[in-house]
Design a protein around this ligand. Structure first.
Ligand code: GTP
Length: 166
């Protein structure tokens, strides 16, 4: 477990990812992954201090938890200000809807971030990818694809969800 947020840590997440992957490879299901990164978090820490930054990470974790509790989703802190949500049995369309709800929910919580050039509240950028494990692709490819989509979301201006084109 991650000590700051109470979410799964990276190592526990990798274990769950492999379990989900093997199950989906058997059933033929699709697996979605959200790679989530707090926007302009260095500026937040510089402006409000590291402890206030820790509180933002806890609050983001609570919102992730609230958005995933009712489903089979698995939320984790990947490290620093990066979070992951694994969504077993989730189509591309459904994953996109959930990612957008999550992004909007964090924006609506409006944790003050006066130093953010995005807007006055804490926001997140989200990279989304989905794969069919039965196609033989490696789970690391899913993480890579979501990470690349996250990079694109940052480059496009932050506070948005991006996914690789079909
Ligand atoms: N308070 C706090 N800060 C952390 C923690 N882990 C990482 N950080 C900070 O997170 C910040 C991440 O900064 P960057 O990677 O530059 O990203 P960013 O400022 O969010 O900018 P973009 O991601 O490009 O929007 C750094 O200042 C780290 O010190 C933590 O556990 N607590």
């Amino acid at each position: 477990m991650d000590g700051l947020t109470g979410l799964l840590n990276r190592r526990a997440f990798e274990t769950r990812l492999h379990e989900v992957w093997e199950a989906a490879a058997t059933t033929g299901g699709e697996v979605g992954l959200l790679f989530i990164d707090v926007d302009e978090f260095k500026a937040f820490n510089d402006f409000y201090g590291h402890q206030a930054g820790d509180e933002v990470l806890r609050q983001v974790a609570r919102l992730l938890d609230a958005h995933t509790r009712a489903t089979a989703d698995i939320a984790a802190r990947y490290g620093g200000e990066e979070f992951l949500v694994l969504m077993p049995g989730c189509s591309r369309h459904a994953a996109l809807e959930r990612a957008e709800r999550l992004r909007a929910g964090i924006e609506a919580a409006c944790m003050e971030h006066a130093a953010s050039p995005v807007q006055g509240c804490v926001t997140v950028s989200i990279g989304l990818a989905t794969q069919h494990p039965a196609s033989g692709v490696d789970p690391a490819a899913l993480v890579r694809a979501a990470d690349e989509a996250l990079y694109a979301a940052k480059a496009a201006g932050r506070n948005r969800v991006m996914m690789p084109s079909a």
